[in-house]
Design a protein. Structure first.
Length: 376
């Protein structure tokens, strides 16, 4: 049976007593359901017509009202082209706080844009790295990255916390890490996850950009098979996107104190390690930052995030960007799994962009302010 596993990301993580979310093609349901009944596996149909749900999300919006940049709508999903136009616009409009640059090129030759946000108050400042959209189909990620920038620019004058953050720190924000995959998820396959590099032997495209980092590469939780969703790639940093970001982070590792990566979905705040069950050396500082961030997030709408080491809270996975950042001397490394817990899955409706981003913003500010206090 051809099924697309949404949660967990790999069949190895399916264990008795847990829930798995999967997508099946229309013609497979007839054979799958009797099979589940026979095996006494309870199931619920969460979205009965997925095609309709996809069309609801991407159709019916004229491009014009989404393209006007001064009235840019942060409560809809934007194509890669729109996000890049928006970045250029901010770079021109807020030159005192925003500097846009590229860290390299994607497999298909697209620029890998990053926004550097912050007051040029002194030559050397600590920094926070934020990336979204490592996995193409997780559209709420890039939506949050844009929301974060909007909030920073709009509240800089009025909110003392934001002012402090932008005065004392730089933020490097990469709204779309996996540009080729994200573009492909708009044009060809809404549920595409990987990059778009070609594999000569297998005619399968793409590598899981969150299994391609040089930290316990291609160990547990990653696949050696190029057609799998968690394929680790032919070698570490084989993907130009991963290589470019890793190079940038290595170059700035003395300056960057926090690494935040945004994924969906599971409603979790994860920290290292992902690749093993073990306690990180600065566990107390990281744990208290996570605890406070999750409480701050909950204060908005009562949504409770689980938090903890990725290996025991979600599942073991090797070659992840978060573990790599931590191993390379960035003391605070976190991965967010945003809303929801499976009802909409990767098709989080646009009406939930605002509440999701609003609560996440509280968590991110909380972590950032924790960073500015010394933790021993």
């Amino acid at each position: 049976l051809q099924v697309d596993l949404w949660q967990p990301s790999s069949p190895f993580h399916i264990v008795e007593g847990t829930v798995a979310d999967l997508r099946v093609p229309r013609n497979t349901t007839q054979s799958l359901l009797p099979y589940l009944q026979q095996a006494n596996i309870p199931y619920t149909i969460l979205i009965s017509d997925l095609q309709q749900a996809i069309e609801n999300q991407t159709a019916g919006r004229s491009h014009r009202n989404r393209r006007s940049l001064s009235g840019y709508n942060y409560e809809v999903y934007h194509s890669l082209e729109e996000i890049e136009d928006w970045m250029h616009y901010l770079n021109r409009t807020y030159s005192d706080l925003v500097h846009m640059f590229s860290v390299g090129k994607s497999y298909e030759g697209r620029p890998l844009y990053v926004l550097k946000l912050g007051k040029r108050s002194r030559p050397y400042k600590k920094a926070v790295w934020i990336d979204c959209g490592i996995h193409a189909r997780e559209w709420i990620g890039p939506a949050f990255c844009q929301w974060f920038v909007k909030e920073a620019l709009q509240t800089y004058q009025t909110d003392p916390d934001m002012r402090r953050m932008l005065t004392q720190l730089y933020f490097y924000i990469m709204p779309v890490f996996n540009v080729d995959g994200y573009h492909f998820s708009w044009t060809n396959d809404r549920f595409w996850r990987k990059t778009r590099s070609k594999n000569m032997r297998f005619h399968c495209h793409g590598v899981d950009a969150n299994r391609n980092w040089k930290v316990k590469w291609c160990d547990e939780g990653a696949s050696l098979h190029p057609c799998d969703d968690t394929y680790c790639g032919p070698f570490p940093e084989s993907e130009p996107e991963v290589k470019a970001v890793a190079h940038f982070l290595r170059k700035h590792r003395k300056q960057i104190k926090a690494y935040l990566s945004f994924h969906a979905y599971a409603q979790m705040l994860l920290y290292p390690y992902s690749y093993k069950y073990a306690t990180i050396p600065n566990f107390n500082c990281v744990e208290s930052a996570a605890y406070n961030a999750v409480n701050a997030l909950q204060s908005a709408y009562g949504v409770r995030y689980r938090y903890g080491p990725a290996s025991s809270t979600l599942y073991v996975s090797s070659g992840s960007s978060m573990d790599w950042a931590y191993k390379n001397g960035i003391p605070y490394a976190f991965a967010f799994e945003l809303r929801d817990t499976g009802h909409f899955g990767f098709l989080l409706p646009e009406m939930l962009i605002k509440p999701t981003c609003t609560e996440t913003m509280l968590a991110v500010k909380n972590i950032t302010l924790h960073l500015l206090k010394k933790c021993h």
